[in-house]
Ligand binder design. Structure first.
Ligand code: HEC
Ligand SMILES: [Cu+2]
Length: 327
């Protein structure tokens, strides 16, 4: 195989590998992304067919038999193929794509008003996720959004500092989070599963490490999960909890049910039930927690949590045990 063919093959493999997996607009897990996918396929396939037809005509015009060449140069073919056809096709496509872009997954108001509302706040460089309950109460979590399958969920997107952008390719297009302004995005998941989202607007140092996971669950398990999140932490009064407090962690982090009430960093009340640490940066297990406390600035440069190199090994281990129990 020639070097050129090898390179082309490699390029194709890279191109296709970008189309699969958890963070792909082509994996279509929701109403909006299904329509965007249909539009993409139509444009891609239609464009390829027209490209082949035009290339064929060009080849015939240059090299073809005389009879075919004179057919191609007929006045009506030039007018209809060169003006009428593109005008009609492009106008239809424009109307279709405007309709797709406008539609959104569900109507924004009216009888279908989403019964689930989640406020997602972008901060440098993580996500505060608050479930707004019909009774007015709020359940706070971070770096993970869970939604019920088959039910429209409205996300209220806000920012605490600079412009961020929430992009969950498998479910919807991206939408900016702008300081002082609320943007609305509606998600409608068609089947259970977990996908990945990412901040899609450069927001400073750790922007590339600002991801989140989105899990669609069957409604009964979603309700059960949400009821669990509403509970305070179940961890007992332990040495780990005391070490957490005396290191000052509670000044920035809330653990409901304890004296930790800070709001600078993510709510840790049910930290152990989340898949990742540092907004999708580390796996959330005892090893990941120890790694985060040891050198989170190595793992996620520029993030706004202070260094804690002064913790003794046993203090650190106690804190890790305490945090791993926050189911
Ligand atoms: C000055 C405020 C501040 C203090 C004090 C602080 N943190 Fe943090 N912490 C943060 C911020 C901000 C983040 C988010 C970092 C990011 O992902 O960009 C964070 C993230 C975390 C995370 C990851 C949470 C998640 O959901 O991804 C853990 C775990 C954590 N901190 C534990 C601690 C512990 C334990 C202490 C005390 C030893 C502590 N923090 C002290 C601000 C603080
Ligand atoms: Cu960003």
């Amino acid at each position: 195989m020639s070097a050129g063919r090898g390179l082309a093959g490699l390029g194709m493999a890279l191109f296709l590998s970008a189309c699969q997996g958890q963070q792909s607009a082509l994996s279509g897990g929701g109403a909006e992304s299904d329509r965007t996918l249909a539009l993409t396929v139509l444009l891609g396939v239609g464009g390829a067919i027209i490209f082949l037809l035009v290339s064929g005509a060009l080849l015939i015009a240059l090299r073809g038999p005389r009879r075919w060449r004179s057919f191609l140069s007929a006045h009506t073919l030039v007018v209809h193929g060169g003006i009428t056809f593109p005008a009609v096709v492009l106008s239809l496509l424009m109307i279709y794509s405007f309709a797709v872009l406008r539609a959104g997954p569900v109507p924004e108001s009216g009888p279908d008003e989403p019964s689930h509302v989640i406020r997602v706040e972008g901060l440098q460089w993580w996500w505060r996720v608050t479930y707004l309950q019909p009774d007015g109460s709020e359940i706070e979590a971070a770096n993970e959004i869970r939604i019920p399958v088959g039910e429209p969920v409205r996300l209220e997107l806000i920012s605490a500092d600079v412009i961020h952008s929430l992009w969950i390719p498998a479910y919807a297009g991206k939408l900016d989070m702008i300081p002082g302004h609320t943007n609305m995005l509606t998600l409608l998941a068609s089947e259970p599963g977990t996908v990945r989202g990412q901040c899609a607007e450069y927001c400073g140092g750790a922007h590339a490490l600002m991801a989140l996971s989105v899990t669609a669950m069957l409604p009964p398990s979603y309700e059960r999960w949400l009821a669990g999140q509403a509970e305070p932490a179940h961890a007992e009064e332990t040495t780990g909890q005391r070490a957490f407090q005396s290191a000052g962690c509670g000044g920035c982090h809330t653990i409901r049910g304890s004296s930790a009430r800070g709001r600078v960093g993510p709510d840790l009340t049910h930290l152990a039930s989340r898949p990742s640490l540092g907004a999708g940066t580390l796996e959330n297990d005892a090893e990941g927690l120890a790694r985060w406390l040891d050198d989170h600035h190595q793992v996620k440069p520029d993030n706004l949590m202070p260094d804690y190199d002064f913790l003794t090994a046993s203090e650190q281990a106690e804190i890790v045990t305490y945090l791993s129990e926050l189911e």
